[in-house]
Design a protein around this ligand. Sequence first.
Ligand code: ADP
Ligand code: MG
Length: 502
Amino acid sequence: MDMTRTFHPALGEAARAFLGREHLLLIDGHAAESDSGQRTEILDPATGEVIATAAEGSATDVDRAVDAARRAFAGLWSKTTPAARTRIMLRFAELIEAHADELAQLESINSGKPLPACRNVDVPGIAEMLRYMAGWATKIGGETPAVSLAGEWHAYTLREPVGVVAQIIPWNFPLNMAMWKIAPALAAGCTIVMKPSEQTPLTALRLGELALEAGVPPGVLNIVTGFGDPVGAALAAHPRVDKVAFTGSGETGRRILHAASGNLKRVSLELGGKSPVIVFPDANLEAAAAGVCSSIFFHAGQICAAGSRLYVHERAFDQVLDAIAKRANGMKLGHGLDAGTEMGPVISQRQLARVTGYISSGEIEGATLFAGGAADQERGFFVRPTVLTNVRPGMRVHDEEIFGPVLCAMKFSDDDDLDSIAAAANGTTYGLAASIWTSDLATAHRTARRLHAGIVNVNALSSPDAALPYGGYKQSGWGRERGFEAIELYTEVKAVAVNLNV
Ligand code: ADP
Ligand code: MG
């Protein structure tokens, strides 16, 4: 590392010190060199500059981490009481708050997201997720079903930790994606081998250290950095891993599913989306336009639940689209750590090429570029907030997840009833989220029932609460994170029947 490099002035002492350190694997409570000794460069996506390097893990590193997790599961962690796990998790949440500035700065510089969002949304959000799941640790229990067997029986169910879990996460929300998986696994009493994205491993590594400091025993949370293949692939296929939880692309999700079939480990998948936003003419149109913009342009559209297909009634269409274009054109693009930045870059050169490729494909297939288009920044991976109109099903921009700040806008009219509006909104292989804008209660609830999506927001674009299950219908995935549903992902149910007649 070049120690003479200049840091962004918004980076505090702690973040600078962390960036300047060697970033190794976390195995059995210790920083560990990878077997290969190789390093992956970690970039600032707003400049393309290298900000750190991280150990490049291999399949043998995964073996070591899984061994550590297995030992911790058989040993200390399974003997820790639920109340003790709660206390440790609450301490972990406090430590996150104590290091909030450092975590937010690291998250911003590595993911490109504006610092205020990291500081005011992501960091408090993961502390709340920990506290919410910490509460469940002492409330996980079974039932005593009434059975109709002959004679007298005492039957009950136990809910037990699933065991060693592999958690493979993406680069868009490094802190949140880590904590959505770590918190329920800890509450349930599982041990973990986590693989962060090769592009954004820094904050997960810092969380791993804070977990140890909070009293999470060595081996309970192991972190192996490196590429999807070999590290993720080895975890998904590993015979001594009991469950794999994945968030990322559908393509990689399918690979994980195949790899997991060897030992039939449990699989949960949180994949992409192409989420519809439906604006009825009686809605608060100003609020709807603002909501749409924050959903698709916040974090440059790199959100699996981003509202990327907009359906507006023709009477409201021009007003809503003009308001969106005005906001989009006025958005200040820049470095996540610069004051006033409203939208940062996308994560990589590859992602930049992918998103701009989609925009061109839309134009070639007959869509109209209503706002935005390719970026003009000379360095970093920036795309302007973009709106396409005259979009039709069958166009790639309509059918495929772009994962960038690109909104596809369509119209409906009085000729369309709720069934046909819902059919258009459901016209995708995905089913993650949907958003309905109306001031009519019946329209809201009747539309909500008709949508094939795991998350429906009314007069809102998101509902980031730890208690609300998050996940998708159809090809958006398997299982639900957050809420008690997340605890279910990390537990097995055992039915015990006792014959009292002998
Ligand atoms: P992207 O390609 O945009 O990074 P992915 O869905 O491929 O999106 O990546 C999400 C996570 O999955 C990352 O941590 C990545 O390293 C990991 N990954 C990629 N390929 C595989 C694979 N074959 N097996 C397991 N994990 C993988
Ligand atoms: Mg990939």
